[in-house]
Design a protein around this ligand. Sequence first.
Ligand SMILES: [Zn+2]
Ligand SMILES: [Zn+2]
Length: 264
Amino acid sequence: MLKICPLASGSNGNCIYISDGNTNILIDAGISATRIIRELSMLKIGVSALDAVFITHEHTDHICGLEKLLLRAEVPVFASCGTARGIGERIENLYGKVSCISPGAAITVGGLSVEAFHTPHDTYESTGYRVCSADECAIVATDIGHIDDEILPKLLGGDVLLVECNYDEQRLRCCRYPVFLKRRIVSDVGHLSNKDCAQLVVRAVREGTKNVILGHLSAESNTPKEAYTAVHAALTQNGIIPGVDMMLYVAPRGERGQVITVGE
Ligand SMILES: [Zn+2]
Ligand SMILES: [Zn+2]
């Protein structure tokens, strides 16, 4: 059995809870520690029950609650070596507090196996994670500039895929972001558009993924409805009916999303 619940997902805060019912981990701590603890308590999980925190990369929307969280709970933190370095550079008190893991090599935390994989994003060494219980796997991948042959296989074959659906191209063109930021977002090391996400989701569902959560939506250049509609349209064009053949969810930006449970 595997449970996944986005406590927050979006360009101003990311924190994803995953559990097999015994082992509890977080992917990212990009909202305040107070909020993390509150949201976990709503799921009946005390902060002391956390077994590990895995960080995707050192951008603020992925680490801003980490320092205070570690004051409230003695929990090991893992990230790629590049991300561990980036975190230490940004938050002095976290220097040396993040254990370095190698993408491609799974580590075991309680009943979960967790493997990092590289994502194309503008930091030292950003990663996504594949988290597996005995029988099920969830894949979390946000902040993906583009899909290439290296990352694609890492995104396929999960029971649950939480993937970035960051911006609508038209909205991004018209929104009030400065030009340099728009260029960064659409670049190969920025974020994934609704259109590109939709193509990826079609591929993943064809390869057997039954639950897809669209995450890391931009506040300025996307809406939950547009993200959902873009992916829904691509699926139905390819003969896949969301709600029948698979389940499609959107992670809310500012609040906890649904708990999705796969397996017995
Ligand atoms: Zn981000
Ligand atoms: Zn980022």
